[in-house]
Design a protein around this ligand. Sequence first.
Ligand SMILES: [Fe+2]
Ligand SMILES: [Fe+2]
Length: 420
Amino acid sequence: MKQLKATRRVLIGAGAAVAVGAAAFGASAFFKDRKPSEFNARLIVGSDTDNSIAVQWEGNGSWYLELRKSGSRDAKRFTPQPDSYTVKGRTYHLQTVRIAGLHPSTTYEYQITGPNDERSGWTAFRTSDLENCRALIFPDSQSNDRYKTWEGVYNGALGRTPDIDFTCNMGDLVDCGAWLDHWDYWFSAVKGGISRIPVAVVMGNHDTYDMDSKTRVAEPVMFLHSFPVPDNGSENFRRWYYTFDSGPVHFIVLNTEWQEADLLRPGLLSEKKTWFRNVASKTDKPWSVVLMHRDVLYYKIKGRKRANETFDEVGKELMPLFDEAGVDLVLTAHLHTYRRRDHIKAFARSEDGPLYIVTGVAGNIRYPDFWIDHPLDVKIAPQPETDNYLLLDATGQSLSLKTLLPNGNEIDSVTLTKNT
Ligand SMILES: [Fe+2]
Ligand SMILES: [Fe+2]
């Protein structure tokens, strides 16, 4: 009978885990059990998804986090780093715990407990394994429908592919970075997933936008405080760009918003270039993947006169670095269209160069019948475009991408291979 109870606890997961945790600490009637989403609990990738993670939640006062392997009663207690800031008259209190030294391919559970005996219940997450990487990539989620379209894209994708190591947002998470309602809607949309699957975020231009059209750009306070990504060692642009590993892939998250940053303080592009050369040359992972918001190509726009299709400023500045470092894949966003290009090296088609893909759109702000196809485009999403996301699967020998519509239908796929 005892054995049967133990088995049921494992099978029914988090709900049972709450009961086990309460018994372990002997005060179940005293705590006010609530869901992690009520604290806006979120997981952010650590420097390696197989052994590290950051947990952040909203709350003031003295909090702590407990962590244990799934099925174990032995929990380790962590004291979070508090962070308070005020933006547009609203004060946020955040608590962050960075956890390292985890075991790969292992399911852990965390529980957060507040100063007034609030308690989240045990929530499970899994570290990635050493040999594989599986992730969902979401293009711009900026929206004007209270992020309902984005909510459907995100949760639909997670429902179809629950066994992922992390999700990635390619920038322009929100339409205006200083508009707090947008962040409320964005976090509400992802609350079913972000408390148990870590996110990697890329900063987009809209994440830096102010509500005042005269100043246009403001310090992206919400973005920077809300996502404690791995440290990049920068004094002026901490959390603006970073790197992390997942299985056989070295991900380099770049920041293409140096025009916006220069309005705040100069130096983003030059320091990031130096940093890139350093981190790109040091990895021993088989695959190098760049994630960045702005694209590298100029497109002609229907009904408008514009310069010839060529490479834009981002492309001119960064593509030579990617050639030099031997980057395998460059994922971009910003254009709200899905287009797979050829491999490009030295600003021309070349099988030796990185593969470039602009990843599409995952919110409801779309540009239908807008872009004129570029000569380097190889595959384009069905027109007029709706929304899409990508599933990345990598082993040491292959890296594949599937591009999917919100209903799960596949519209493109590509596989890169290499001998290791
Ligand atoms: Fe965008
Ligand atoms: Fe953008």
